[in-house]
Ligand binder design. Sequence first.
Ligand code: PLP
Length: 394
Amino acid sequence: DYQFSKRVNAVTPSPTLMVSRKAKEMQAQGIDVINLGMGEPDFPTPPHIDAAAIQAIQANKTSFYTAVSGIPALKEAIADRMNLRYGSKVGADNVTVTTGAKLSLYVLMQVLLDPEDWVVTARPQWVSYVEQVKLAGGHFHSILPDNLSLKLTLADLEALDHPVKVLILNSPTNPTGQVYTRQELAGILNWANQIGTYVILDEIYGQLVYNGATFTSGLELQELNDSRMIIVDGVSKAYSMTGWRIGWTLADPRIIGAMNKILGHMTSNPSAVSQYAALAALTDSQDCVEEMRQTFEQRLNATYAQLEEMSFFNLPAKPQGAFYLFPQINPQCMVELGFDSTSELVQAILTQSHVALPSGEGFGMPGYLRISYAKDQATLDQALSRLKNFFNSK
Ligand code: PLP
């Protein structure tokens, strides 16, 4: 019998990765499973990005470690791209490049939290925040906002009865697709500044907003130096580069330095090849981002319209960004179906109708499902038709 640490025993495996793994196992057995579980765009990485990586390999930019925080050219390219997008004054010393935005977030928890410190975010929340906070020994509190858009308000924050070391705000939000307005974000930053709370803005979906919605980055509102505002972003979602694993943190150089201390013992550096790919993504034409964004927008509109017709789903406010829908299963319907939990329901949908969907439980919202529309429309239509058959046959 292997004895593992209390730390690892306390971790819940990523439910989005788990459902996806089951789907892949079924696919390997020849079953035609539609996997709407993962947060990965279905587009191939744009060819000019691949070409830059191949060139880096051929030019032997890979036989040595890079700086822990990333190659200088990439840090400068990140700062320049952010400054162009948001009119900010980010410098290379405000940047550390990590193995995906996920690692940025993980290391930030290690840097900022002492045991018993509180981290607050809005519910539903991305599945990894809570586990990363646990691994750093902190307390996690996700607030269920009292509004249809499920966005945190100042009133929610002011009503808290415990101190807050770190506030995480994810806009556009995974899984609800909501986008905080400039005014909402400014109000929340102001609240945090007054009490000295760190704010981590997870802006990984910032380039993916639809139907005229405007994304506001924290960089438009506040400078990084001498501030406790921290931005996390990356190339995974906007450039269809999830497998390359490149993300970054933008913050005051002291925060960046503390992260680098940990990263130096953890990864030594993010993959050199991937860094050159990300460099091309950020410095070459941005047309590919806009093309993918438009396709996501069409899919959102087509898929949302179909979901609205389905009586077994209740829909929160229409998403404005990211690439997920987060319907509630009609509670009456849930009772009639006789499932005890949403995980059981999701399991039944996978085994009987061959559609893989993460249940809302991992996001702090039992009774909900997440549907990723990072798949072509024909596949999405087929998945919805399978869902209709599943619910209608019960
Ligand atoms: N933050 C959110 C809200 C996400 O949905 C994801 C990916 O699913 C990430 C961060 C991590 O992205 P990556 O590690 O691929 O850069």
